[in-house]
Design a protein around this ligand. Structure first.
Ligand code: SP5
Ligand code: ZN
Length: 342
């Protein structure tokens, strides 16, 4: 399987994540990509290519222009304001405030454009996010032109990023950008299957009222799991999009047998939709050893996951989302791709 990777994804080198009330070194680290790459090479899974630059047009097909401008200028403006640390949100347009005004100050704009506080913005974040979506676009382009599967080693991940909000380590929604690229290239129906431990709230929001992009997600029950405010089973899409968002929340600790039985249901829904392309939001944070997640996959279960997904017999693009057990991240990702290859 062809992999797409960009060295520029390592330009995101944040030092701080707000975790359990403490500023820690971010779980979403550049090391993740290095370790996956090393294991891909060792496993001789196939050629690894760099993407070309697709520019901002495919980003603006998904994201709000004001949001993109904010991301591009945030770090410089935060520094210009004289703040000591990394750019971090500490105030929101919360439920009891009006909420639709965009303040002038960078601290106010951060609250407007952030959906979570753990993700700080720093030097290189925007450039890494640009490289990450280029990886996604190159991978999906390869699948579109060849019909063959591809793996986009995206970093930062994308599925929490909404049309005008960042958070959950995500800035641009790589899967949404790739799916829209496929639509614009003439594919009528695109399915996104999100297997990351966390609900892909951003992808859901972006396509919530659309019937041309099916969003199906298996994830930790948001009643007790980040991102808490989206991913419930009764969120099914709206308007023309009703029935084209499908959520399977599962309790923390769910065993692999139950998870795979849920995957069968998800795959049946995808089959009924009859897509022309499948985008898999591949988070390997469903691994038992993941430091911030609570599903129970063992490394060999990822082979099974890949094998099952191959049964859909669709042109498929895998895009990297989460996965924070760094010592096992390479084998877990490669196992999915090996299982898919058969
Ligand atoms: C792409 C992706 O996987 N993003 C995940 C973002 C999660 N951010 C907040 C996680 C909070 C985890 N709290 C669990 C504490 C376990 N001790
Ligand atoms: Zn995740």
């Amino acid at each position: 399987m062809l992999t797409f990777h960009s060295d520029k994804t390592s330009l995101r080198q944040a030092n701080t994540e707000l975790h359990d009330g403490v500023l820690v070194t971010p779980f979403e680290s550049p090391e993740r990509v290095a370790l996956i790459l090393a294991h891909l090479k060792r496993s001789q899974l196939g050629e690894i290519r760099a993407p070309h630059a697709y520019g901002l047009a495919p980003v603006l097909a998904i994201h709000d222009k004001g949001y993109v401008d904010f991301l591009e200028s945030c770090w410089q403006r935060w520094q210009a304001a004289g703040h000591a640390g990394e750019a971090m949100v500490n105030i929101w347009p919360a439920r009891t405030m009006c909420g639709d005004r965009i303040p002038e100050a960078i601290s106010g704009q951060l609250g407007y454009y952030a959906l979570a506080a753990e993700t700080s913005i720093t030097q290189g974040t925007f450039d890494a996010a640009m490289a990450s979506k280029d990886v996604a676009l190159a991978a999906v382009s390869h699948t579109l032109s060849s019909g063959k599967p591809s793996f986009g080693l995206c970093r930062p991940p994308g599925h929490h990023a909404a049309s005008d909000q960042f958070g959950g380590y995500c800035f641009f929604n790589n899967a949404a950008i790739a799916a829209q690229h496929a639509r614009d290239a003439g594919k009528t129906r695109v399915a996104i299957l999100d297997v990351d431990f966390h609900h892909g709230n951003g992808t859901q929001q972006i396509f919530y009222d659309r019937e041309d992009v099916l969003f199906v997600s298996i994830h930790g029950d948001p009643a007790v799991t980040f991102p808490y405010y989206a991913g419930y089973a009764d969120e099914i899409g709206s308007g023309a999009g009703e029935g084209f968002t499908v959520n399977y929340p599962l309790p923390p600790g769910t065993d692999v047998t139950t998870w795979l039985a849920t995957l069968d249901q998800a795959m049946a829904r995808i089959q009924a939709f009859d897509p022309e392309l499948l985008v898999v939001s591949l988070g390997v944070d469903i691994f038992e050893g993941d430091p911030i997640s609570a599903f129970t996959f063992k490394s060999e279960d990822f082979v099974t996951l890949g094998e099952r997904l191959a049964q859909l017999k669709q042109p498929t693009t895998f895009l990297m989302e989460g996965g924070y057990a760094v010592e096992d991240i390479g084998v877990n990702v490669v196992n999915v791709l090996r299982g898919f290859n058969g």
